[in-house]
Design a protein around this ligand. Sequence first.
Ligand code: AMO
Length: 435
Amino acid sequence: MAYASVRTLSPADDGKEVSVAGWAEDIRNLGGIVFVILRQREGTLQLAARKKENPPIFEALAGLVRESVIAAKGVLKANPQARNGWEVFPTQVEVLSRAEAPLPLGVVDKVGADLDTRLDNRVMDLRKPERRAIFHVRDLLIGGIREYLHRHGFVEVTTPKLAGAGAEGGATLFRTDYFGKVAFLSQSPQLYKQMLMATGLDRVFELSPAFRAEPSDTVRHVTEFLSFDAEVAPIRHQEDFLKILEGCVANAIASVREHGKPYLDLLAADPKAPSLPIPRVPYSEALDLLAVEGKNLRDGDDLDTEAEKVLGRVMAAKGHDLFFLVEYPSAIKPFYVMVKEDDPDVSYSFDLEYKGDEMASGGQREHRYDRLVARMKGVGLNPEAFEFYLRAFRYGMPPHGGWGLGIDRLVQKVLDLPNIREAILFPRDRNRLVP
Ligand code: AMO
């Protein structure tokens, strides 16, 4: 007989024999009767044994060590006083895996532990339903993204994570030995997704880990994150794919709202569905909005963390958690962006801001070979090291553009989690390589 899930049982099963398995979350020995709370993925149920009726089972339950995995077979009895309105009186109890005591981290204890202790004991931490709820929400967000893009003709692809050249600047590259040559862990699928635009696979997306040797210890940076990248061709301008990105984010949040109610309730979260279109705020206008708030940036400066927070608050007051910051200065964007024909200091690139943090960035790319090489040289890169990439631009490359969005940050912001590490099962940062 397969083990039954608590979700499939009810008082209507009164008198039935059932087999259940799970963690012994709590053991309450009242002398004449013992109750064990058994935890499964989808909830908890109560086992009970009376000393007088069944002494061996009473002893077996009373002697359990908390968090051991047990299996019990017995008769379900309806009881309005018991949790779920029923309980199981076992006739057989088997310890499948005995837990050591004391536990490194309590599962039902009310006292909280700090994040480091929790992450050191992540498996125990994830036994709490409210922690696991985060990963159900994450799953729903990713599902919403995939569903939307497939509906719009996109193909999911996988590009190499062992790379011969970096795409996003040397400062955050992880180096590794590759049979005597230098290789890098991929910082982003940037070069490969662009190369695909020259193949006819012209609407692609990828969900894959990206690696950045990020030395800063912040609540929004890790060294391994899940990057959601997309690239689209042929396009006339950036607007052609910003519409897809905003639809995709809206669909992801809608999918959480529609299917994730039990998880949102556990997390006391109620993410707002964005109203479309998401506003486009030109960089120059953002500087003006910041100046009004007393935060003065020079034209051409990148927005620092404080500026992002201030701008986030200004836009939130206008009813927008999400907005696109468009027309970024060319100088603070990577070599592959396209610059404006009549104003080369300004690029056709954008950041997507969500609740005061950068969620995604992207833009239209330079698809013209000569100009791309000139831009590379302009930022001090050696085109020869990128020959494998540049070759894709020499035999007919359509105008294209796309974005990269950090899934971990999206989860963090949708649920208002204080730290990005809460949104990652086993986060990596400069101080953490295990578990
Ligand atoms: P960018 O470097 O801005 O752009 O990265 C895109 C998005 O990835 C997330 N992200 C991170 N998340 C957690 N920890 C980090 N250390 C980290 N670094 C980046 C952010 C960020 O907005 N190739 C371009 C995208 C493109 O133009 O298509 C790129 O990688 O959410």
